[in-house]
Design a protein around this ligand. Structure first.
Ligand code: B1M
Length: 210
């Protein structure tokens, strides 16, 4: 197997030290940073596919994401040097009144794994903070997470505030255990994802279609 194939396998297995070693081996062998990045993203896509198929679960996704992060630390200086940047910025946060962040963090990790630049606003984020961050970072995507039925109205307020701001050209996507596709449609969001892996596919589709 080639170094990149081994690297992909190490990411899928969440073996961060081996993945980092193989990233360095590929760099030393003169493999281009974009090619290495593509191998990492493909491996994270495979982890996402297995998660959707219930072949792996949250812990496996977490350790694969951490392995990816460790490799990115080695790769980032080379990507910067070559002027290779993430295609776009996504802002994400848990809406006002809601402190749950495990699912939101997973979505952020998977988005980073797909090479989106992610600005994570944390939890209990008011609508005006989402608006300010979307403006400041020129976000193409804003992701809202909610785990409580009582904070779903905050999601609606946030979508409305984002859509009312003429300076923002972002697709707004939502998710979280109580959230549904129908609710997303009702509040004017551009999309809903039931899990972190679907959130990658959803955003890729929306940004390509924009
Ligand atoms: Co809370 N809690 N909690 N809690 N908590 C729930 C959500 C609850 C269902 C438990 C229950 O009663 N059975 C219930 C909500 C009931 C409801 O509203 N219908 C509940 C409650 C009531 C509360 C409190 C009000 C309890 C109290 O104080 N009386 C309180 C509220 C605090 C607040 O937020 N203001 C509270 C507090 C807490 C803790 C702080 C103790 C802790 C949170 C720790 C943390 O997040 N750092 C906590 C936890 C851990 C849970 C449960 C047990 C687990 C949630 C979780 O992390 N799941 C939860 C019960 C349960 O779900 N079994 C519960 C794992 C995570 C990976 O899944 O977040 O669904 P999830 O994310 C998924 C998808 O939903 C999706 O992708 C993720 C991964 O695939 N997704 C997105 C999520 N966000 C997305 C965004 C996207 C796309 C997809 O696009 C942007």
């Amino acid at each position: 197997m080639s170094t990149l194939e081994n690297l992909g396998q190490a990411i899928e297995q969440g073996d961060r030290n081996e993945a980092e070693r193989l990233t360095q081996e590929a760099i030393d062998a003169g493999v281009g940073p974009q090619e290495i990045l593509d191998a990492l993203v493909a491996a994270m896509d495979e982890v996402g596919r297995r998660f959707q198929a219930n072949e792996v679960f949250v812990p496996e996704m977490l350790i694969a994401s951490r392995a990816m992060k460790q490799c990115m630390a080695r790769l980032e200086p080379l990507l910067v040097e070559k002027g290779i940047r993430p295609a776009f910025t996504a802002v994400i946060g848990t809406v006002e009144g809601d402190l749950h962040d495990i699912g939101k963090n997973l979505v952020a990790m998977m988005w980073r794994g797909a090479n989106f630049n992610v600005v994570d606003l944390g939890t209990n984020v008011a609508a005006d903070k989402f608006v300010a961050a979307a403006r400041e970072h020129g976000a193409r995507v804003v992701g809202l997470s909610a785990l409580l039925t009582t904070t779903m109205p905050a999601m609606k307020r946030t979508v409305e505030a984002l859509k009312a701001d003429g300076a923002i050209d972002a697709r707004v996507v939502i998710g979280g255990a109580p959230v549904t596709e129908a609710f997303a449609r009702d509040i004017g969001a551009d999309g809903f994802a039931p899990d972190a892996a679907s959130a990658v596919q959803l955003v890729r589709g929306l940004v390509e279609a924009a």
